[in-house]
Ligand binder design. Structure first.
Ligand SMILES: [Zn+2]
Length: 550
């Protein structure tokens, strides 16, 4: 750890811009220092104060979306609520964009540059969890919940946008803000359709925000996987499973044989691939030979070409399974897709300089106690919440043999169409395995609220840089055109006939929504969602007996 002149300067700079200074030395940005610009510095000070003045709104927006807890394509309340806030603040809202009912764009301002600010809004099936409680305790057993933290991203972007709007009005700055939600990200379900519908056609820069445990941004090849999500439907013939089984042709047999074939083939696939499936339809009851059955695969690989190869193998397995069982593969539907991401160097460097200025939140003892209790519960090192920034990640290309695969995010599709970066901000605890109730614990607590506040400042400062320094937009496009897309062109994984899978999760929500409504956060009655749920913050000691069941 260096306590150097550099960190002292960073510290002083942070104080001068009225942003809460971090206590730790920050790593040095690789970006050359921008030319002196006292007017921009003043605007940045002002925008930081604007964000600080919105703490209560941050908490309300975040907790409200947490309590809606809607999974992909069913973000009805979330979408109505967030677009409503933007409309009230003078944004022009277009609903149902790209043929997706819960998608929208909200625009304010005029002329160039057009800066798009987005973040995901959907959650995870069966991840319902009481916030602030350090072990598994669902609000509603079996219901969806924000087990990734997507409730925090749009509140961050809206906070940043409203703060920037204020400064733009005061300073008569030209430029347009466009806010947009990532619908059904957990299904990789929409961003390729946004691109196809031309939502980003006139956008100069896209800045995405995704929850994490650290404040950071990166550029270049992410090294992660892209993917395609494919549903195979088989059709057979029903029969009395005991009386006349020889007259039946089981569609479930086809599904099982396809899966067995895939699992044998797995040994001979590239190490970077990830593939997994579920069986959403395996028949009705045992004494009826299943006349139809469905298996749903995610095929993940490091490039468009490798994803297509994996998908082809899947198609062959499905055809062969149909042949083995004298059933037919009645349809194959694409339910989602994602390109491997590539992020913009200029925008990332600009953002990282602002991350160094803003630093990390000051966590309270209660915040750290919750984090450590969750880490203890999850049996991972008890490191608490991060208190030190990490250097910016950035590599133009990563050799394919170094890639180890992993998850996907459909922001990748947008990143190949317009210069894009993703801000990671620290609203979560490094403990959960992801897509899990544990990842929801911090998401309606002061940890989330502070992470959003600090993330919104970084976002607002970066947007002001882009609005007032046109050379940055030019440089970003230079990188996009002459480096990123020089030898690689975007070809969507979705086919012309594919449509957004807007029916997904509908039945799930029909089942759970009536009960979930009782737990929607009411900010007119309660200071925060913890108070409404009667949760002491933090709750870290397990009661001797299991607590009251729902
Ligand atoms: Zn996510």
């Amino acid at each position: 750890m260096r306590m150097s002149r550099l960190s002292l300067i960073a510290l002083l700079a942070a104080i001068t811009v009225s942003l809460t200074a971090q206590s730790q030395p920050a790593p040095q940005s690789t970006a050359p220092p921008p030319p002196a610009n006292p007017k921009l510095d003043q605007m940045k000070r002002d925008v930081g104060l604007e964000v600080d003045g919105m703490q209560e709104n941050i908490q309300k927006m975040n907790d409200t979306v947490f309590s809606f807890a809607e999974p992909g394509f069913q973000e009805v309340e979330t979408s109505k609520y967030l677009s409503g806030i933007l409309r009230q603040n003078g944004f022009t809202v277009q609903e149902g964009v790209a043929g997706i009912p819960t998608a929208f764009t909200a625009r304010w301002g005029s002329g160039k540059p057009v800066i798009a600010l987005g973040s995901d809004i959907d959650d995870i099936p069966q991840a319902s969890q009481k916030p602030g409680v350090a072990w598994h305790e669902p609000i509603i057993e079996g219901a969806p919940g924000h087990g990734e933290g997507h409730n925090s991203g749009m509140p961050l972007q809206i906070t940043a946008a409203l703060a920037v709007k204020k400064i733009m009005e005061q300073q008569h700055l030209q430029g347009t803000l466009m806010l947009w939600p990532g619908v059904a990200e957990e299904l990789l379900g929409t961003k390729a359709y946004y691109v196809r519908a031309g939502l980003f056609k006139d956008v100069d820069i896209c800045i995405f925000a995704h929850v994490g445990a650290q404040m950071n941004v990166g550029w270049g090849d992410t090294g992660g996987n892209g993917m395609v999500s494919v549903e195979y439907n088989f059709k057979g013939e029903s029969a009395h499973a005991a009386g006349a089984p020889w007259r039946g042709r089981s569609a479930l047999d086809a599904v099982e044989l396809m899966d067995i074939g895939w699992n044998f083939r797995r040994e001979h696939l590239r190490l970077s691939q990830r593939s997994h499936y579920v069986i959403p339809n395996g028949g009705d009851q045992p004494n009826v030979v299943p006349p139809n059955a469905t298996v749903w695969y995610y095929f993940r690989e490091t490039s468009y070409e490798e994803i297509k190869k994996l998908w082809d193998i899947g198609n062959n397995m499905a055809k062969a399974a149909a042949m083995m069982t004298d059933t037919e593969m009645s349809s194959m539907r694409v339910l989602g897709s994602a390109w491997p991401g590539h992020f913009n160097k200029t925008v990332a460097e600009t953002m990282y300089a602002n991350i160094e200025k803003v630093g990390l939140p000051q966590w309270s003892e209660a915040d750290q106690a919750l984090a450590k209790a969750v880490q203890r519960e999850m049996k991972v090192p008890e490191t608490g919440l991060v208190t030190k920034l990490q250097p910016m990640r950035g590599r133009e290309t990563i050799p394919d043999e170094e890639k180890r695969g992993g998850g996907s995010d459909d922001i990748g599709d947008i990143s190949w169409n317009v210069p894009t970066v993703t801000l990671n901000y620290p609203s979560n605890i490094q403990a959960g395995p992801g897509h899990n109730w544990a990842n929801a614990i911090s998401m309606a607590t002061p940890i989330a609220h502070k992470g959003i506040q600090y993330g919104a400042k970084v976002m607002a400062l970066t947007v002001l840089d882009l609005m007032t320094r046109p050379e940055l937009v030019t440089q970003a496009w230079d990188y996009f055109r002459n480096v990123q897309t020089k030898d690689k062109k975007y070809v969507p994984l979705i086919r012309p006939q594919d449509q957004p899978a807007i029916w997904l999760n509908k039945e799930r929500m029909e089942k759970y929504r009536p009960e979930m409504r009782k737990y929607y956060y009411d900010p007119t009655k309660y200071k925060n969602y913890l108070e409404q749920l009667g949760i002491k913050y933090p709750t870290t000691e397990k009661p001797a007996k299991p607590s009251a069941q729902q």
